[in-house]
Ligand binder design. Structure first.
Ligand code: ADP
Ligand code: TZD
Ligand code: MG
Length: 583
């Protein structure tokens, strides 16, 4: 990764200073970030960080101002995921900080490196609770929600604090870090030469962590004993950026693999070894499962229960940098603790010539199942119904993504998410950004902005109408920075469906229903972007292709049959049921 650079840390000599000149807290923070190759800030201005943002821009940093801190924070998290450098989110004190905190907690949950930098009010007043402007003990509140939290009181400590924040965010299991900068710190001055010397360029911020040889041997033993092996690739594997080795391991071992949603495209979804279209079969029938950067959380039914077949019939190998992840839900027969790059390289080394590909019975059964499922799906994806159903609309987008494999897909919603995840194939690593571990709504526009800013590639955001609403105001941000983002709102008049009614027959509409036939496209037009209203898959195809060719900020309001969705998409089983009443 770029942060580590050459090992030329010593005295921060890349920041030059004139003898006798002064520097201050503002400039030391900026210089500390730049020294560590961090050149982009996502935030919202206000007291006490308005001037900091201005100065950062004046010093050549890219400062992207949002309309709400949560979306700036989500952008920072996605920037971290895409680049392996911590994304920076900058907020004002108390309320701005709290708005950013959701994103910080979400980043930590997803193992994305980011740093939330918030201005804060004066320590003396906060600690005596004397009612300062936006008073809050932010450090204490942030601590349980992130990997590490630091406060800086003296300008000469800024260099080391930024270095610690960077290292905490990206080393080991990546996550969110909070950096508390009280207003007074920014104005503190110090000798510029001493200031430059106080900065730290982090050497090797995310050191390789090699797996123990005996752990590698154990993992290979378990793998070799398998009759029905399966590899599960998670977003940790995508984050690790060792794409070629992962592909080599899958292909040389001949083992079928299942990508978790953000690992789609790490190998192309049309790869012959992909078991994506035979998910239930492989989860149930496999006898050895190797997890690479994927946790056995709710997304994998905790490795237990019906979806995994009879208890005790499966052995797990798990590759993860976090030792405490092992045995979190079920026994891990072969824990392989280390960074994915090193672990996969060690396994590749150990496969050697004696490796036997999995039995044809197993791979054949998977291929058969895939064919049946894909053949069943194909005609649905080609329907040209008006109003559109999810299959017809997503069939159109699936073709567009196939033709534009380097575009980044952002995806959130319930039905809009669940159907898109299985219907839209991905072809390149780290091209799919979605609701992640929490299944959180509201990541959409932050993720879209960061994807465009960090990669310069076109972005296609496929959004449920509810999901879009959580960050919808950021269409102004997208227009303001003229980002190549095409948003498609799957407008089914509400959450899951637009058809619910108020059980009392009273004047309020049902809790899941929105204004009928809303024109989200006009929101984009309000800020000078392109807004298009479409009702058929053909119109949708035309509008999205046009947007992606032009690179102009575009919002396509795609009318979806309000009857088409199901409750909670595909996770309705997680809803608690009342035994008393059923409405
Ligand atoms: P998914 O949701 O795709 O299943 P998770 O977020 O549950 O993925 O799991 C990602 C896992 O990857 C985490 O347990 C994290 O510790 C691990 N991880 C992240 N980066 C690395 C890395 N470079 N090396 C090893 N493990 C990693
Ligand atoms: N709030 C947050 C922050 N995250 C959530 N996941 C939810 C609320 C609950 N929720 C879901 O899990 S999906 C969803 C909500 C509100 C919206 C689904 O409606 P949609 O998608 O319009 O986005 P479909 O296509 O109509 O199903
Ligand atoms: Mg909806």
């Amino acid at each position: 990764m770029t942060l580590s650079g050459a090992a030329q840390n010593t005295d921060a000599n890349s920041v030059e200073a004139e003898a006798g000149a002064l520097t201050d807290g503002f400039h030391l923070v900026i210089d500390a970030l730049k020294l560590n190759d961090i050149n982009t800030i996502y935030g919202v201005p206000g007291i006490p960080i308005t001037d900091f943002g201005r100065m950062a821009q004046a010093e050549g940093m890219r400062v992207i101002s949002f309309r709400h801190e949560q979306h700036a924070g989500n952008a920072a998290a996605i920037a971290g995921y895409l680049t392996q450098k911590p994304g920076i989110c900058l907020t004002v004190s108390a309320p701005g900080f709290l708005n950013g905190l959701t994103a910080l907690a979400n980043a930590t949950t997803n193992c994305f490196p980011m740093i939330l930098i918030s201005g804060s009010s004066e320590r003396e007043i906060v600690d005596l609770q004397q009612g300062d402007y936006e008073e809050m003990d932010q450090l204490a509140i942030a601590k349980p929600l992130c990997k590490a939290a630091f406060r800086v009181l003296h300008a000469e400590d800024i260099g080391i604090a930024v270095a610690r924040a960077i290292r905490a965010a990206v080393s080991g299991r990546p996550g969110g870090v909070y950096l508390d900068l009280p207003a007074k710190l920014f104005g503190q001055t110090m000798d510029a030469v001493a200031g430059a010397k106080s900065l730290v360029k982090v050497i090797d911020p995310a050191p390789r962590q090699l797996p123990a040889p005996e752990s590698v041997a154990r993992a290979l033993d378990v793998l070799k004993g398998a009759k029905r092996p399966l590899i599960i690739l998670g977003k940790g594997a995508a984050y690790a950026q060792c794409d070629d080795d992962i592909r080599a391991l899958v292909e040389q071992s001949g083992i079928p693999y299942l990508p978790m949603s953000m690992a789609k495209g790490l190998l192309p979804d049309d790869h012959p070894q992909s078991a994506g279209a035979a998910r239930s079969l492989v989860l149930k029938e496999s006898d050895v499962v190797m997890l690479i950067g994927a946790r056995l959380n709710w997304l994998l039914s905790h490795g237990k229960g019906k979806s995994w077949g009879a208890p005790g019939t499966k052995q797990f190998i798990q590759i993860d940098i976090e030792p405490r992840e092992m045995d979190s839900n079920v026994e891990i027969a072969a824990p392989l603790v280390g960074d994915i790059g090193s672990c996969v390289a060690a396994l590749l080394d150990g496969l050697g010539g004696a490796w036997q590909a999995p039995p044809a019975e197993w791979t054949g059964a998977i291929s058969e199942k895939k064919e049946v499922n894909l053949a069943r799906m194909a005609p649905k994806l080609q329907n040209n119904n008006v109003p559109m159903d999810f299959h017809g609309a997503l069939g159109a987008l699936r073709t567009i993504v196939k033709q534009r494999p380097d575009a980044i897909l952002v995806n959130e919603g319930a039905n809009t998410l669940d159907f898109a995840r299985s219907i839209i194939d991905m072809y390149q690593p780290r091209k799919r950004l979605d609701v992640g571990t929490w299944g959180i709504m509201g990541i959409g526009m932050g993720a879209a902005v960061a994807a465009a800013v960090e990669t310069g590639k076109p972005v296609l955001a496929v959004e449920g109408d509810s999901a879009f609403g959580f960050s919808g105001m950021e269409v102004e941000t997208i227009c303001r920075y003229k980002l190549p983002v095409c948003i498609v709102v799957f407008n089914n008049n509400g959450i899951y469906r637009g058809t619910d009614t108020n059980p009392t027959g009273g004047p309020d509409v049902a809790t899941t229903v929105f204004v009928k036939d809303a024109r989200y496209d006009m929101m984009m037009q309000a800020f000078g972007g392109v807004g298009v209203h479409v009702t058929s898959p053909d119109e949708l195809t035309r509008a999205v292709n046009e947007a992606m060719d032009s690179g102009k900020p575009t919002l396509v309001n795609a009318v979806i049959d309000e009857n088409a969705g199901t409750e909670s998409g595909r996770i309705g089983n997680l809803n608690p049921q009342s035994v008393v009443s059923k409405t």
